[in-house]
Design a protein around this ligand. Structure first.
Ligand code: Q46
Ligand code: ZN
Ligand code: ZN
Length: 305
């Protein structure tokens, strides 16, 4: 198998693009695809500082690497969730540190939940009697990302969601006709309040296997284990279904997602948006909340009666 551009040994075959690329050309092509998404959706400008949410996994570290290569001013944010299972959180943090060292000491900060708030996700979820820690975790991560972005004056928070992630969410939202979610699903989520940061996903045009190949050829040292709580069987099933479609018809996944964005741009889901509830300021942390008094994050840490 030969690289379509230079004829060298190809590292990846991408039938959906009718393209096979060698290691060197893959390292050029992937950042170019990200840049195209940044420009197409107006995710951010060169004047803005970007906070990159990094987990230590291949997608977020690839994203950070790509944004550095593209010359954007970035800072990594690692949230240590206190997940002990096989040292998951410690190991992940180590990969983020190693990435920074390998990239001329790229700046990053760590927010350690146990040190800052006294509890990690597993015990917090257990105390709050949540059967799955992910609902608590999502809330906590969103709050911290917004806080750090606001305090640090960042233009946007970038996450490593790829095309496979977005297509799986889209399939799920479509099968359940979740109009509200469909309306909000986009590569750019605008800031709805001055204290909430814009959320952007520069890798939405890239398949998971493309970011994985990129991480590999760039020699990124990422954590291969998934979070022990991440085995969400439904998402895995949706990804499998889409991959089967893709196998039969290369590009199916990409068309499904991109044509959804296009249809949305043309007004699909435009009507019927529920009015956003008015936002109050949390009396403790000041972050906007639809609740009166404390926001959902601050209520999490309240002692239970
Ligand atoms: S980190 Fe947190 Fe995820 Fe782990 S506990 Fe669930 S939400 S799966 S992206
Ligand atoms: Zn080549
Ligand atoms: Zn609060």
């Amino acid at each position: 198998m030969k690289c379509t551009i230079c004829g060298d040994v190809a590292a990846i075959n991408m039938p959906q693009h009718r393209l096979r690329l060698c290691e060197a050309h893959l390292q050029e092509w992937v950042p170019r695809m990200a840049q195209r998404a940044i420009d197409k959706y107006g995710l951010f400008t060169r004047d803005e500082r970007i906070l990159v949410a990094v987990s230590g996994g291949k997608d977020s570290l690839s994203l950070w690497d790509i944004l550095i290569r593209l010359g954007y001013e970035t800072e990594g944010l690692y949230i240590h969730l206190g997940i002990d299972h096989e040292g998951y959180s410690d190991e992940s943090e180590e990969r983020v540190r190693a990435f920074s060292r390998a990239h001329d000491d790229a700046p990053f900060r760590v927010v350690n939940l146990e040190e800052t708030y006294g509890q990690g996700i597993p015990t917090l979820a257990h105390d709050r009697r949540r059967s799955r820690p992910c609902s608590v975790c999502g809330l906590v991560k969103r709050h911290i990302m917004n806080r750090v972005a606001y305090e640090g004056g960042y233009g946007a928070i970038a996450t490593g969601h790829n095309l496979d992630d977005e297509a799986a969410v889209l399939l799920q939202n479509t099968l359940h006709w979740q109009a509200g979610y469909l309306r909000r699903q986009a590569p750019l989520l605008p800031a709805s309040h001055p204290r909430l940061a814009r959320k952007v996903k520069p890798l939405v045009h890239l398949y998971e296997r493309e970011t994985a190949a990129y991480a590999l050829v760039c020699g990124l040292d990422y954590i291969e284990e998934e979070c022990p709580y991440s085995a969400d069987a439904t998402t895995i099933l949706y990804k499998e279904l889409l991959s089967r479609l893709e196998g039969r018809s290369p590009g199916a996944k990409m068309q499904f997602y991109l044509q959804f964005l296009q249809a949305k741009g043309q007004g699909l889901f435009a009507g019927g948006a529920e009015a956003e509830p008015p936002l109050n300021e949390c009396t403790r942390c000041g972050q906007p909340t639809s609740a009166e008094g404390l926001c959902a994050f601050c209520r999490l840490w309240e002692p239970r009666e």
